[in-house]
Design a protein around this ligand. Structure first.
Ligand code: 4NP
Length: 146
């Protein structure tokens, strides 16, 4: 799960998908394309909306996406089109490029819909993001049988 800062959207996506998969079969992680928040806890507003939905993301720490992630993970879900471009820049092969998709393609295939960045908005933004990510993660789990 990849966003820009790895403190708002992708930590929520990581927490939601983790809550839905068999941990013996599937490893879920998240990262940001930017490095400003490496080592930081998720944004308190993401922690709060997760908590409200019985998901604990307080143990997550910010990471920056790297080429190494292409070797480790089979699927890379990005939150918006800027993330998509930045992540693809780090791909070395066609097989790596094929791992990347916009997460809301799960709900709106081929429409390139962004998960809006709630960082500069109010708390409502986080509830909306949670709902979108929850729906997308349900599709991911059933499509990939995780
Ligand atoms: P995120 O939101 O990409 O959903 O984690 C952001 C968080 C921090 C910044 C940008 C986006 N920032 O510029 O610090």
């Amino acid at each position: 799960m990849v966003c820009l800062g790895n403190i708002c959207r992708s930590p929520l996506a990581e927490g939601i998908l983790t809550s839905m998969v068999n941990p013996e079969k599937t490893e879920v992680s998240s990262a940001g394309t930017g490095g400003w928040h490496v080592g930081n806890q998720p944004d308190p507003r993401s922690i709060a909306v997760a908590q409200k939905n019985k998901i604990d993301i307080t143990n997550q720490r910010g990471k920056q996406f790297s080429t190494y992630d292409y070797e480790v993970y089979d699927h890379i879900f990005v939150m918006d089109s800027a993330n998509y471009r930045d992540v693809l820049k780090l791909a070395n092969t066609e097989a790596e490029r094929a791992k990347v998709s916009m997460i809301l393609d799960e709900i709106f295939p081929g429409e390139a819909v962004d998960v809006p960045d709630p960082y500069y908005g109010g708390d409502n933004g986080f509830d909306d993001v949670y709902k979108m990510l929850y729906e997308a993660c349900e599709k991911i789990v059933s499509r990939l049988t995780l």
